[in-house]
Design a protein around this ligand. Structure first.
Ligand SMILES: *Cc1c(COP(=O)(O)O)cnc(C)c1O
Length: 363
């Protein structure tokens, strides 16, 4: 069976070095906000060409604090793509703000920048572009709109570690870059983790307090913060894995290149990607999605759907996210993710291509 993901195998080579560092970690006995988090923050900021980085508990908190730090008045509006993962939308709701959904492009699945301006009102305070699947949004246009309407930009980079656009890394365009280190992300921890990158010292200082009960000085609470700290042990692992992030991304791109070259089934739409992007997943689309998923499985290939149901169709959100989003729905009903893990071999991917090319083949 070709697994969609195999975290044990994926992390094997980093675990060896991690285990080498563990005796020192046990001996030290320091678990929260210590030198490992500091180290990781320094390295991740440098990797992203950002001035500052803050380690957090998860990606949702990175998005949430990225909004909270601006203290927008309640019910202000935030522009977000209608086909994003639910966390982006939830962060807006949790921050007391109103999500305003904008449809994506049908060809690259990213927010359609030509639809943003119509959705801007007096209440709009921010845009949250999501670099979905590892592909960067049109940041030139987004920056232009942000300047014109005085909006903050909080980038959701949870699927785009290491991706760039005109030589600038994801997270370095906006006021805030929000990252997740959920285990299956391109830079995944051994559990939950997240981070914010920013070039603003003022935001950095405030966020540093916000993640730790709003406290700059221990037991004195300057703000009403939250508890969202990256664990020392996760930071230790992530520092090791970060050194290989480019290698991970390169391997995934190599697998994607095989798909791009070898899939030639007329029922399948392949993704558009540029050189500078990374592949978080490899999304194809077909009107025979469910049938293809079963066909792959019967040929010992696992696949996934990112995501099966659009946010505005989710039961818990139906009273909040009103309106029609047909492009988003079309993507959700036709999209399928093929295996593209660091743990997959090129031979496995070639086999997947052969199986796909046989799907619905007329003899
Ligand atoms: C994974 C993900 C998140 C949330 O990250 P968590 O660490 O699971 O909270 C947010 N946005 C996108 C686009 C994601 O893929």
């Amino acid at each position: 069976m070709i697994l969609y993901e195999n975290l044990q195998k994926l992390n094997q080579e980093f675990i060896t070095e991690f285990e080498f560092k563990l005796p020192e970690f046990w001996k030290k006995g320091w678990y929260i906000l210590g030198e490992n988090v500091n180290n990781f923050e320094t390295n991740f900021a440098k990797y992203n060409n950002s001035k500052y980085c803050l380690g957090l508990a998860n990606g949702l908190d990175a998005l949430y604090l990225g909004l909270k730090v601006f203290e927008f008045p309640d019910k202000c509006e935030v522009i977000v793509p209608s086909n994003t993962y639910i966390a982006t939308i939830l962060s807006i709701i949790n921050a007391g703000l109103t999500p305003v959904l904008v449809e994506p492009n049908i060809d690259d699945y990213l927010i359609n920048v030509s639809r943003i301006e119509k959705k801007i009102t007096e209440k709009t305070v921010a845009i949250m572009p999501v670099h979905l699947y590892g592909k960067l949004c049109d940041m030139d246009k987004i920056a232009e709109l942000a300047t014109k309407y005085n909006l903050k930009v909080i980038e959701d980079c949870a699927q785009a570690h290491g991706a760039s656009y005109n030589n600038t890394k994801a997270g370095a365009f906006g006021d805030i870059g929000a990252f997740s280190f959920y285990p299956t992300k391109n830079l995944g921890a051994l559990g939950d983790g997240g981070a914010i990158t920013t070039n603003s010292e003022e935001l950095y200082v405030k966020l540093k307090a916000l993640r730790n009960y709003g406290s700059e000085k221990k037991y004195y609470n300057k703000y009403i913060g939250i508890n969202s700290r990256l664990d020392e042990i996760q930071a230790l692992f992530l520092t090791i894995k970060l050194q290989k992030l480019d290698k991970i991304n390169l391997h995934k791109s190599k697998l994607a290149a095989i798909y791009n070259q070898k899939i030639n089934n007329p029922h399948i739409i392949k993704p558009i990607h540029s050189e500078e992007n990374v592949y978080h997943i490899y999304p194809i689309r077909t009107v025979f999605r469910n049938e293809l998923k079963e066909y792959l499985f019967s040929n010992n290939i696992q696949s996934e759907i990112h995501y099966p149901l659009a946010p505005h169709k989710q039961e818990g959100y139906k009273n909040i996210l009103t309106g029609n989003y047909p492009i988003s729905e079309e993507i959700h009903t036709t999209i399928l993710s093929l295996p593209i893990s660091y743990a997959n071999s090129t031979t496995e991917i070639e086999y997947v291509c052969a199986v796909i090319n046989n799907f619905k083949k007329q003899c």
